[in-house]
Write a protein that binds this ligand. Structure first.
Ligand SMILES: [Zn+2]
Ligand SMILES: [Zn+2]
Length: 372
């Protein structure tokens, strides 16, 4: 067996609103069930920027940032199969889920592991707790025993795979929640709010779900163009329209009724209210990827008189990672998923990548720790 690595370079957030700093950290010894993964590629998420800016109360500094990745098994202890019952050994390419504890009420009786309160999410810190190597902007990542892992086919593009571990698995969870309220019918119009990675993946999944019409509302224009190429029949630039105009456009496209299904992947609380306006009477709304606890002002009128059903989802369990990988694998010839990942960086340039996400210059840049 190869020698166990002693140190790993990692990008550390020590203070909010400050650049990440590269540090050489000691690699913790493996406990039973844990995996040491060498990061092949880690994609940057809007959440990483929110954490850097101190906007997410759950984060605890100092922390190793980053939570989306694909990598190679360097060492394992007491684990030899993935969640799909495939054999796993050193050298295999994997993705991993957050460490939902697997034994609390939420993980077991409720069957909703993404509500687990005992988890320690990757990229959220604190790195003062053992095992500290739990962020993906790092050469090596300590995959905790509670994390589920999945083997990844070698032919898939690494940046696309890394993107599935957050944006697309989140959408797979959102669609699961949607279909718990009924199927997507071949006559349905699906409107998607938000053209970040989550909204764009929602567009592709909605297209493949069999819906008759897919409408994407977002900005800027280059993201809407990706949406068009991923199956949106109509795109609406939110920087060139008022909420009223957007409502008129959606009404016009739906015989004056509104969309059967609205997937709100936009982020701001105000988008939720707009989603209610874009949905037809008796239609369905799914809230995905909001991440704010700001209060809104939604009237019960929408649920009562308009009879809209609202559901939502957060993050994803391992089955959603599995579906996300399956989706990119079976649709690689249909959609150019690499359009999200236009720019790669070395680990030392992590702050450029974060700044590019914040300024919307890059959609989902990626870090390759082996790049110099
Ligand atoms: Zn993410
Ligand atoms: Zn749990």
């Amino acid at each position: 067996m190869a020698t166990y690595p002693k140190v790993s370079l990692a990008a550390v957030l020590k203070e909010y609103d400050q650049p990440l700093v590269l540090e050489e950290l000691v690699v913790p010894p493996l406990e039973p069930g844990a995996v040491l993964m060498k990061v092949e590629c880690a994609t940057v998420c809007g959440t990483d920027v929110h954490i850097q800016r101190g906007r997410l109360p759950g984060a605890q500094i100092p922390l190793i940032a980053g939570h989306e990745s694909v990598g190679t098994v360097i060492a394992m202890s007491g684990r030899d199969r993935d969640a799909n019952d495939q054999p796993i050994s050193a050298g295999d390419r994997i993705v991993f889920s957050y460490p939902w504890c697997g034994s609390c009420y939420w993980c077991t009786i409720a069957g909703q592991p993404t509500l687990c309160e005992a988890t320690r999410m990757y990229g959220w810190g604190p790195m003062t707790e053992s095992p500290h190597l739990t962020g993906t902007f790092s050469e090596l990542v300590y995959v905790r025993p509670e994390c589920n892992i999945l083997r990844v086919p070698e032919e898939l593009d690494p940046a696309v795979v890394a993107s599935t571990t957050c944006a697309l698995r989140t959408i797979m969870h959102g669609f699961e929640r949607l279909t718990q309220t009924g199927p997507v019918l071949p006559t349905d119009t699906v409107a998607i709010m938000g053209s970040g990675a989550v909204g764009l993946y929602a567009t592709a999944v909605a297209r493949r779900s069999g819906a008759a019409k897919v409408i994407l509302l977002g900005a800027p224009q280059d993201r809407l163009e990706i949406g068009s190429s991923w199956g949106a029949d109509q795109v609406v630039d939110i920087t060139a329209t008022s909420a009223e105009e957007r409502r008129d456009i959606v009404m016009c496209l739906t015989n004056g009724r509104g969309a059967d299904i609205v997937l709100d992947c936009a982020g701001p609380v105000a988008a939720f209210e707009e989603a209610m306006e874009l949905t037809r009477r008796g239609g369905r709304v799914v809230e995905i990827g909001i991440g704010t606890t700001d209060p809104g002002t939604i009237s019960p009128y929408y649920l009562n008189i308009k009879m809209i059903s609202v559901t939502g989802s957060v993050s994803g369990a391992i089955r959603h990672y599995h579906r996300a990988l399956g989706f990119v694998r079976s649709n690689t010839g249909t959609f150019d998923f690499g359009l999200l990942n236009t720019r790669g960086f070395a680990l030392s340039d992590i702050n450029l990548a974060l700044a590019g996400v914040e300024s919307q210059e890059y959609l989902k840049p990626y870090i390759e720790p082996s790049r110099r």
